[in-house]
Design a protein around this ligand. Sequence first.
Ligand SMILES: NC(=O)c1ccc[n+]([C@@H]2O[C@H](COP(=O)([O-])OP(=O)(O)OC[C@H]3O[C@@H](n4cnc5c(N)ncnc54)[C@H](OP(=O)(O)O)[C@@H]3O)[C@@H](O)[C@H]2O)c1
Length: 279
Amino acid sequence: MKQHGELDGKTVLITGATDGIGRALAQMCWQAGASLILHGRNPQKLESLLSTFSEGLSGQTASTVRADYSRLQEVRAMAGQLLAEVPRIDILVNNAGLYPSKRVITEDGFEECNQVNYLAPFLLTWLLRPLLIRSAPMRIVNLSSIGHRYVWSNLHASEKHPFYWRWVAYCRSKLNIIPWTRELADQFREDGITVNCVHPGVIRTKVIRFLPVSWGASTQSGAATVFRLITDPKLDGVTGEYFERYKISKPSVVAQSTRLQAALWRHSLRQLGLKQKES
Ligand SMILES: NC(=O)c1ccc[n+]([C@@H]2O[C@H](COP(=O)([O-])OP(=O)(O)OC[C@H]3O[C@@H](n4cnc5c(N)ncnc54)[C@H](OP(=O)(O)O)[C@@H]3O)[C@@H](O)[C@H]2O)c1
């Protein structure tokens, strides 16, 4: 029989739980007693992941939800399903992400990397707001990257620019996560919801296999960084921060810009056809 853990009675939604950091995090949260909602895009991988969770505490459950983030209608359907079926979410980890092999424009008209890494989690979090507010106090953690430091923002570049450099596209999507996190933190401040983002370290997963590097820590090491952010009682009330591994860190000057934060928020709402008052 399992011991009681620090996430007993909590429900954790992890996006991109079928591989890498998300998969390792799911195992850690399960060991800590959490009920899990595991998101992925691939039904076979979801099924195989689900089969690894057995022998929980009484009341501990694991379930899956599927959506390919390169199709925004699937993100909307996923949010609809969660709103209909899930009574509460104590922790949301926006972890799903990809490194692009080439420029793809999705059926929604957006550059795929920015859509999967930024616009889709933006949309999901927006649509889940009533459930998140109802679940407060709760925490949201978004996966950013230290790579955000190497790029400038260009809100209009990704679909229109004739040149495409996949490293820049990836880093820009991860830069967007930071002002978005800060804006969410501001908007949720009175609701008992904290929102932070994290660079989990350089972790050996398929996201970094493209890089000419031979180093990289284990997925457990990356997951431990996120696990601390979602569980450490010392972080109660800490919100709007960017963590590099375990430490609060100043993000790049661009990422700290309040003008960018406001412009990006308006631009993203417009791109997704959302209105501020919509809930
Ligand atoms: N690895 C690093 O060094 C590093 C550093 C900084 C930040 N990060 C961030 O950490 C997060 C996790 O990455 P990872 O390194 O663990 O990579 P990973 O092993 O490739 O895991 C990525 C997860 O996202 C899912 N995903 C990819 N494309 C998707 C789509 N179109 N729709 C829905 N889900 C999709 C993957 O699904 P499949 O299993 O079907 O592929 C997988 O579950 C990412 O946001 C990444 O940017 C990673």
